[in-house]
Design a protein. Sequence first.
Length: 381
Amino acid sequence: MSMKTPPHITHIASGDIWAGAEKQLYELCKALIATNQVEVSAIVFNEGVLACKLKDLGITVTVAPESQLSFTRLISQTRLHLLSQKTDLIHTHGFKENIIGSFARIASNTGKSVTTIHGNQETQLSWAKPHKAAIHYLDRLLTKFYQNRVIAVSTQLEQSLRALYSAKVIKISNFINSTEIQKLQREEIKQQTNLYTIGFVGRLVSVKRIDLFIKAIKLLTQHLPELNIKAKIIGDGPLRSTAEKLVADEALQSIIEFTGFIDPSTLEIGKLDILLMPSDHEGLPMTLLEALALHVPIVAHDVGGIPEVLDHGKAGVLVANHSEQGYANALAELVSEPEQLSSIAEHGYSHLIKNFDASATIPKYLKLYFELIKPGGILNG
């Protein structure tokens, strides 16, 4: 038997930046709306790209600016949204958002709640910064006792979270709409066989290791001077000036180009011959999924959810030696055997369609939502 009225799902997120987790939330809302099986609204705590994009979907979006509101006012604003939308299930994204969502759930008597863990903790916790440590442990406590399910976006995260939350943890991988991405696939024919454009895509923050990218490019040009190597750094962030100085110090200004923040970055990714991701750790990066959809070969650190995305080395090159030399060696091997580029790209695309496409993932979200809201409820279609 089918539900008579669509259940209402409210997503809660920060929205202070536009990065992988924010892109995934936007794609999730867009895909859920397209099913016509649930109603969707959102609460974000900052004006920005995410808030604008969600509003463009035509859903109700409450912006509760965290820079202007106290903690209790944020809870109050969230509670009012939940009551006005008659929310059936809350879906939180982020530590602070989970805390506010949990208290607002209690205050509004909203029935069910789930949270998505999009990645590993990016910084080491220390009571020298008591505010961040308190948020972390309060988030864990509320997740343990007030969340109905904890969603991990990769197998690695699923395994680590089970030690904390046991049977509450389920894995639903990040996804993209490959059909939409394919419309942007490059069609130009490579004019110079010895020209390779290698790209970095992401926020310029410490965990992304832009320093390793720059130094690996330096070593690659020294090792293979006969090739015309170009590099692009697609993104922006607090380490941009530091990265620009490193490029100048290494005399790479003619080789490495900074494009700045580009949204969407899909077209720029499609122009690359190789995508390099030397992050210290990752959850399940949206950038890798986009590159696979665009048939762009990938070289990446063998960490977090990356091996799962790259089919444990069959859909991309995994690097265990997390150093500039390790990445330079992997790039050199790849460009020295060009036939590998096309075979890796083709396998990567097939792996993406089977495991990380919206068509395979959205039914899992719907199943989760319906089972929690109305156990035994059957989806339409």
